[in-house]
Ligand binder design. Structure first.
Ligand SMILES: Cc1cc2nc3c(=O)[nH]c(=O)nc-3n(C[C@H](O)[C@H](O)[C@H](O)COP(=O)(O)O)c2cc1C
Length: 355
């Protein structure tokens, strides 16, 4: 096959560059995988309504998040176990992110320690936190992320248990020898990966008791901005603002948890309306085109995150692949801005979407 030109090419080529187990793990979702499909289809249903005769000879894709300027709004979502896709795993991923000037959210379940990733990172890093049933261990993890220079904590709130992930089960998912959940070293309850044992629905490294009280607790032990990832319901969004969250990520975990929850771009407008600009709202899931990024920004997102696409890049071309995937999206976003008469992200508003 010729060199990949767009994210579809990357997706088509990716299975040839990792084990069958890694591919099934990466592509998979919950149940019948309707939500995975909807995440993409919902973008395709939205129609763009451009303005013309605007001087678009200069474009600015910059955005500002938590006081930090990013040269574009495409961030890398937390994806666990990246050594399954590249020998250097998350280290290689952050090298690619640096070349593409993309901010990164590192998974709690990375296969390289958060300290080593921070040592290699040259773009803003946020840490995705799975609050552990062992709160003292969690406190230590938060302290480590602060000490290593992470700029925000992204607490995943949509995973008290995993969804029905039959692709993982069919493959008897297990980390190969030598690959570990590097940040969980010393956690007595860790079982080696995220999968529940036997017929259980509860995982040893996820906390089914997690509640709003824990967000208060987390605020009391850290000065870092707390971003809640996995919010779909506007009532939860309102509650998050009250609870002192600094940001939200509208996400359905890439369709991996509960099948038939709505596409994230369908959930975004109500969340964004309820938050009413008090804190930034980000979105992930199904973003494969620059026009998708434009639509998310138009419907109220301050930035977007991509998951599977950059991992395809990582598997196929290492840091170069990650960088290329982000650059493709950024370039497509620039084209879409120019073709819709918007020269800056502030000008991207709901009037771009045909009602
Ligand atoms: C293989 C894989 C592993 C993931 N691991 C995590 C994780 O450790 N923590 C988390 O909050 N989200 C995790 N996610 C969800 C992503 O952060 C993100 O919400 C999702 O991938 C976005 O959808 P997209 O893949 O369509 O871009 C994972 C997703 C995939 C595909």
């Amino acid at each position: 096959m010729a060199d990949p030109l767009d994210l579809r090419d990357y997706e088509r080529m990716a299975p040839g560059h990792m084990s069958e187990m890694a591919w099934e793990y990466l592509r998979g979702g919950a149940g019948d995988e309707h939500t995975i499909r909807w995440n993409e289809e919902a973008y395709q249903r939205l129609r763009l309504m451009p303005r013309h005769l605007v001087d678009v000879s200069r474009l600015d894709t910059g955005v500002c998040l938590f006081g930090r300027r990013l040269s574009h709004p495409v961030m890398l979502a937390p994806v666990a176990y990246q050594k399954l896709m590249h020998a250097d795993g998350e280290l290689e991923m952050v090298r690619g992110a640096a070349a593409a000037e993309a901010a990164v959210v590192l998974s709690s379940f990375s296969t390289v320690t958060l300290e080593d990733v921070a040592g290699a990172a040259k773009t803003p890093l946020w840490f995705q936190l799975y609050i552990q049933p062992d709160r003292e261990f969690t406190r230590g993890l938060v302290g480590r992320a602060e000490a290593a220079g992470y700029a925000a904590l992204v607490v995943t709130v949509d995973t008290p248990v995993l969804g029905a992930r039959y692709r993982e089960q069919r493959m008897s998912f297990a980390l190969p020898p030598g690959m570990v959940q590097a940040n969980l070293k010393g956690l007595a309850t860790a079982t080696g990966d995220h999968r529940p044992k036997g017929q259980q629905i509860y995982s040893a490294v996820l906390d089914p008791r997690l509640s709003w009280k824990d967000i208060d607790w987390l605020r009391s032990i850290t000065r870092l901005p707390i971003v809640l990832k996995g919010v779909l319901n506007p009532d939860d969004a309102a509650r998050a603002v009250e609870a002192g969250a600094s940001g939200l990520i509208v996400s359905n975990h890439g369709g991996r948890n509960m099948d038939t929850v709505p596409a994230t771009i369908d959930a975004l407008p109500a969340v964004s309306a309820r938050v009413a600009g008090r804190i930034p709202v980000l979105v992930d899931g199904g973003i494969r085109r620059g026009t998708d990024v434009l639509k998310a920004l138009a419907l109220g997102a301050s930035a977007v995150l991509i998951g599977r696409p950059y991992v395809h890049g990582l598997a196929i071309g290492g840091a170069l692949g990650v960088c290329h995937v982000v650059r493709i999206l950024r370039r497509e976003l620039e084209m879409a801005m120019a073709l819709s008469g918007r020269t800056s992200i502030e000008q991207v508003d709901a009037s771009l979407i045909l009602r």
